[in-house]
Structure formats: C-alpha cells, structure tokens
Design a protein around this ligand. Structure first.
Ligand code: EPU
Length: 432
C-alpha cells in the first residue's frame, strides 16, 4: 500500500488549478442512465471514485468514451443489468444514486444496501421513503434494495434532513415520473444545482434547485446533452487552508469562490488576506500565524462538514483557542486522535472539539480513516517538525486529484512511496 511522506516547514507559494467537483461529477455521470442518448461531460476529475462510478455504470451496460482531458461521453442506450452489486456499493456509497434513475427509466432497480462508514451510520431511509411516495414498491431483502414501479408518479416529499444524495436521487427519479414532484427541505448544495443544470440541459423541467423547495415536472423522455462540471469547492477550501496554515501566498485558478463563501469568511477571520474574482481566489497570509476560529458545520450555505477536519488542523497551530462543532455526521472526528499523536492539544466535548493552538506539530506515522481526514493529515504534515508518514492514502485518491503534485507545485515537500516490508521481513527476503 502506498504512503505519503510530508516534510513540514515550507510556506506554500504559487498558483494551481482547481479540479472539477467530485460530488457533482458522480451524480452527473449517473444521470446519463436517464437517457438513451449521449451525455458529454467535461471537467471530470481523475479520481478513484470516478473510476468506481464508471465501473458501476459499465457493469449496468453504459458505454464510455474518455479523452485525455477527462471529458466523458456516456451512452446508456442499451443497459444489460439493473443491479448495483455489493462489492461496488461498499467501496462507494454514492452508488445508491443509480436507484432513482434506473427505476424511473426501466421500472426496476436493485441496489445493495450501503452499510455504515467511518464517519457515521449514514442510512438511506429518505431515498427509499421518497421513492415510495412516488409509487415505488420497495423490498429490502438479502442486503439489497429491490425496487419496482410501472411508472413513478409525482408526489410532495418532505425530507426530514436535507440530504444531498437523497435530494439528487429523488430529483433524478422525478424527471421521468408522471406529474409534478415537489421536494421540500431539499439540499441546497451547489452540487445539487449542478446536477439540476445538467438534467435541464437533457430536457428535464426543474425549478428551484439551490433553494429548499425543488419542483420537477416529469417528462416522457430525456435527451443527450453537454455539461461542464463545476469546480470543487472543497478542494478549493482545502488548498486555501494549506496556504493559511503555512503562512503562505497561494492563488487558485479555475475556482468558484462564490461557492466557498463560508470557508473564505472563516479564513479572513483567521487573519488571511483573501481576494476573489469570478474564477480565481488568492490567499496571502503574509507569513503570519493564523488566529483560532470557531466553526460549526451545517448544510449549505453554512460551513461544510467536508471542511471540518481541515479547520481542526488550522486551529491546532493557530494562536488562541478555537472550537469546531460537527452537526452533520455523528462520528466525523477520527482525525482528532491522529492529530493528538502529532502533538495537537484537542479536547472532545460531545460533538465539539476544543482546540488550543500550539506553535508546531510533530511528525508521526498516522493513518487516514476517510477522505477529508486524510487530507487534514497531509495539511498537518506541512506544519509539523520532521516527517509525517500517512498510511491508507487510498482515501485521498478517492477525492483529491493529484494532491501531492499540486502541493509540490506550491513548494511543499511531499512524496508518495510504495510500502516496503518491515526490516525483519526485508532481512528474511534478502536471505540473511
Ligand atoms: N441521512 C439520513 N437518512 C438518509 C440520508 C441521510 O439520516 O436517507 C443523514 C446522514 O446520516 C447524515 C445527514 O443526513 O447525518 C446528511 O447526509 P447526506 O445524505 O446529506 O450526505 P450524503 O449525501 O451521503 C454528501 C456528500 C458527502 C458530504 C455530505 C454532506 C456526495 C457523494 N457525498 O453525502 O461528501 O459530506 O453530502 O454535505 O455528495 C466527501 O466528499 O468527503 C463526503 C463525505
């Protein structure tokens, strides 16, 4: 297994480009299931989660043409299977998103029930309840969700929690349902809006995406379309935090700072000088140490849970004491134990981390537990004395395109090494 080795101590400087948003690209690729015509999607990030999505759609019979710039043409004209198997769903929970589109277009679908994961139990009851309200018959048997419907019909659906993928699944299903569907307390995340824009380009009638009430008037069929994925606001935030932590001066291009306002506001509060344009953002820390900030995660447009771990690191080396409260997932603080091993002074009180900033962290062997936790360990390595060796970095490869190349471009000392056997095993292998 590969590891990342980060040698701390450099101030990040320079310019890099932001990739397409993972959490927009996944549902948009899956939306190709809704039509027999070709959907052409550009600015798709090169990530393991994208490969998993292509593998899943490929198993269902979708054909792809992928060019060197990761523009993907998806052709779902002839599906051969309507079943998302456990071995793929367990590696990527977003696979649940095939349920709505397959059911809407083909009248049946079978998707393995995703289990819990490192950040919480993450049930899919809202996806199921919403599809039932649209007339689907759903059985949960042998670990699979088995859904059928002659044709889905419109419904008024209230989501108890404004689930992102829940909103996306139901919005996709509703595009081909008979009649009008209204999703109340819908997720307002920019990735939901990006998916809606792609669906609208495919001929769907959707109003209100980006607000808490989305109205979808079902149509008989959708057509092919071209769509460009929005820039990744979480990747943007992650590199801005990296710059701020290191006292650096970094410019990000191909960005959408308007989608990262809550994060940029907190960085300004931490002492960063941030300037933005329509597609760029520039953060200059002027060599200063950041000040602690208090952060509370909540659905968009509030502070994103996907930036929580990065701000725990920021506070770990900031001046003063800051709190980070997680309200979206129940178990998203696994990185805290690893940061404590690197010398961070963090006390947990329920779902709040109380962080007293220290001048420097110390390098240590650490282990990643989920995508954002792994990114936060890489950030911690940038401001640690000596080397930080991060294990299980496959989590990073799920969601950050070329993380070490981008950080290196900014001057960070970071490298990927293939795992090697422990000394005793090496000696044995060498025959001595
Ligand atoms: N929830 C339910 N029932 C449901 C669905 C959700 O109780 O049927 C709960 C969840 O357990 C959680 C809360 O609702 O406590 C919000 O979860 P949500 O459904 O919004 O999360 P998600 O759609 O599974 C997406 C992103 C996550 C991101 C969250 C929150 C994708 C593919 N994933 O997950 O991204 O953290 O929204 O913004 O869009 C990541 O990129 O690292 C990541 C985990």
């Amino acid at each position: 297994m590969n590891k990342l080795i980060v040698t701390g101590g450099t101030q990040l400087r320079g310019e890099i480009s932001v990739s397409g948003a993972k959490n927009a690209a996944l549902p948009v690729l899956i939306a190709s299931l809704l039509t027999s015509e070709i959907v052409r999607i550009s600015n798709v990030p090169h990530l393991n989660d994208i490969t998993t999505t292509l593998e899943l759609l490929g198993r269902l019979g979708v054909q792809f043409v992928v060019d060197e710039k990761m523009t993907i043409e998806a052709d779902a004209s002839e599906l051969t299977d309507l079943r998302a198997p456990y071995e793929l769903v367990k590696t990527m929970r977003a696979s649940i998103l095939v349920l709505g589109p397959m059911l809407a277009r083909f009248g049946q679908a079978e998707v393995s029930m995703p289990g819990g994961c490192a950040i919480g139990s993450r049930p899919v009851n809202l996806h199921i309840k919403g599809l039932q309200a649209m007339g689907a018959e759903i059985d949960i048997k042998d670990g699979y969700i088995k859904a059928r419907a002659k044709r889905l019909h419109g419904a008024r659906i209230f989501l108890d929690i404004s689930s992102v993928t829940g909103t996306e699944n139901l919005m996709m299903a509703a595009t081909l349902a008979q009649g009008t569907t209204v999703i109340e307390n819908a997720a307002r995340e920019p990735e939901v809006v990006d998916l809606a824009n792609c669906l609208i380009a495919m001929g769907a009638r959707i109003k209100g995406a980006g607000t808490a009430e989305i109205t979808i008037e079902g149509v008989e069929k959708l057509s092919g379309a071209e769509h460009r994925i929005i820039p990744d606001r979480i990747e943007t935030g992650t590199y801005l935090v990296a710059a701020a932590l290191s006292g650096g001066d970094v410019r990000l291009r191909n960005a959408r700072p308007d989608l990262a306002e809550s994060v940029i506001e907190k960085l300004r509060e931490a002492g960063a000088h941030v300037e933005t344009g329509p597609d760029w953002v520039h953060l200059d820390m002027k060599g200063e140490r950041p000040r602690s900030v208090n952060v509370r995660t909540a659905p968009y447009p509030a502070f994103p849970t996907d930036m929580q771990a990065q701000f725990v690191v920021l506070n770990s080396i900031a001046e003063g004491t800051g709190t980070v409260t997680e309200t979206v997932f129940e178990n998203r603080f696994m990185h805290v134990h690893e940061l404590q091993r690197m010398g961070a002074d963090i006390e947990m009180q329920g779902n709040t981390a109380i962080i007293r900033g220290v001048e420097k962290l110390r390098g240590a062997p650490v282990m990643a537990t989920d995508l954002r936790a792994s990114a936060c360990l890489a950030l911690a390595g940038l401001v640690a004395e000596s080397d930080t060796v991060i294990d299980r970095i496959y989590h990073i490869d799920r969601g950050y395109e070329c993380l070490e190349e981008k950080l290196s471009q900014l001057g960070a000392r970071i490298r990927r090494v293939a795992d090697y056997p422990a000394p005793a095993m090496r000696a044995a292998a060498a025959g001595d």
